[in-house]
Ligand binder design. Structure first.
Ligand SMILES: C[S@@+](CC[C@H](N)C(=O)[O-])C[C@H]1O[C@@H](n2cnc3c(N)ncnc32)[C@H](O)[C@@H]1O
Length: 410
């Protein structure tokens, strides 16, 4: 005879007594969701893993340091039986049955009255995957289905349109340094939901090719700006598209607030009364050195790192960077937008006390297929940049951290 399928349900456990027997790995895995559900959790177990113990120390669960005793389940709404003592598990599940307490058994799915589905959440929706029959239970398969659905919802490859009206507005999305895998999950989802994308030259441009044909993709560098500054023209384009009721993503390289003019765009949108959300991104200032095997800090070598813009030369009156003070720091200096001015920057650092032998690395097109690393010192970097034809975009790292990683591994 065919087995009846399990009936799926969502338990609302806030303030309700849930008893967990056994403080091992199963409890460790299940407790966070029970805590998140607001259950009044009582753990009965002589021992517990350090993580479970930490939950008890934090007051998230009440821990009774003893083995199971008859009566433990009498007033529970729900029970999870997961001790290594089969006899205790059997007695406890008989008690659960007698008191009509739904009960999960980690050692015997057939004897259980409830099963825990593989769950995951995205955007206020919980995805729960359950095998239909005890015989066919394959936890890895259900977990894989859960992962596929949740990942797909998060990255937008599984399109489940919202039927509530979407608020038009702009998302300033930090796209990371260039590798399409290095955008955040939230950024990727917003990109998948966009009607209009205004993108910079830097950042994960490969993702643009994956957008459906109805999405209007605008190259920020090509927006005509006539009598405006280029940035004003971009701000206007953002406002104009949002006013037409579109969901607009402003896709930026790295993080929107690291030399990204993100705040200027946010301010312009706020003045125009357009809702705006900002999604952080992985900045090239840390990730590009990392991709080339250079840590910006290293124990015993550098206890600080400073990120500076090198877009104007040190003696330029527009420069806001105190180069003489930077020359006195012992940590790492990370220079963005500095390829053209690196000769003058190196000269200034040396003139103010930095050793001419200080190692320098230039990492061009970091995290992309074209990534390239060129090494020099402060004394040689100006000539090296010319000789090796280093071109922007590049992140320049100055300091002893340049030499700490094993070469040839990245
Ligand atoms: C206008 S800034 C934007 C920085 C960006 N908001 C961030 O957080 O990474 C542009 C500079 O970032 C650096 N940059 C960005 N992406 C890079 C990459 N993939 N490889 C090397 N340098 C990069 C270069 O120094 C480039 O000139």
């Amino acid at each position: 005879m065919a087995e009846n399928p399990a009936y799926p349900v969502g338990l609302r456990l806030t303030g309700r007594r849930v008893v967990v027997l056994g403080g091992g790995q199963v409890a460790q895995r299940r407790l966070p969701a029970l805590i998140a559900a607001g259950a009044d959790i009582h753990l009965v177990s002589p021992e517990a893993t350090p993580s479970v113990e930490a939950m008890a120390d934090a007051g998230e669960i009440t821990w009774h340091r003893r083995g199971y005793a008859e009566g433990d389940l009498a007033t529970a709404w729900y029970a999870l039986i997961a001790t290594s003592d089969t006899d205790a598990n059997t007695r406890a599940s008989a008690e659960a049955e007698a008191h009509r307490v739904w009960c999960v058994r980690s050692d015997d799915a057939d004897a259980a009255t409830a099963w825990t589905p593989a769950t995951g959440s995205s955007e206020g929706v919980t995805v729960a995957v359950l095998t239909t029959e005890a015989r066919g239970r394959d936890p890895r398969h259900t977990a894989a289905i859960r992962d596929a659905v949740v990942e797909g919802l998060r990255d937008g490859t599984l399109v489940a349109p919202h039927h509530r009206t979407r608020t038009p507005g702009v998302a300033l999305v930090g796209g990371g340094p260039g590798d399409p895998d290095l955008i955040t999950v939230r950024g990727r989802r917003l990109l998948a939901e966009a009607d209009v994308v205004i993108a910079d030259r830097l950042g994960p441009r490969d993702l643009l090719a994956e957008l459906p044909p109805h999405v209007e993709v605008i190259d920020a560098a090509k927006i005509p700006y006539g009598r405006f500054m280029a940035q004003e023209a971009i701000n206007d384009a953002l406002i104009e598209h949002a006013r037409r009721g579109k969901s607009v993503v402003r896709l930026k390289g790295g993080d929107p607030y690291v030399f990204g003019r993100g705040m200027e765009e946010l301010q312009a949108l706020a003045e125009a009364g357009i809702p705006c959300t900002v999604v952080p991104g992985i900045s090239s200032s840390i990730s590009v050195p990392g991709a080339a095997g250079i840590p910006v800090t290293h124990r015993g070598v550098a206890h600080e790192f400073t990120v500076v813009s090198g877009h104007v030369a040190p003696d330029d009156e527009r420069s806001l960077v105190d180069w003489p003070s930077l020359a006195k720091l012992t940590g790492t200096l990370v220079v963005l937008m500095g390829v053209d001015k690196i000769g003058r920057i190196a000269e200034t650092l040396v003139a103010n006390g930095k050793s001419p032998d200080t190692p320098v690395a230039l990492v061009q097109e970091g995290t992309t297929a074209a990534q390239r690393r060129v090494d020099a010192t402060l004394a040689t970097v100006a000539d090296t940049v010319v000789a090796q034809d280093v071109k922007p975009p590049a992140v320049i790292v100055i300091g002893e951290v340049v030499g700490v990683g094993p070469r040839g591994t990245v």
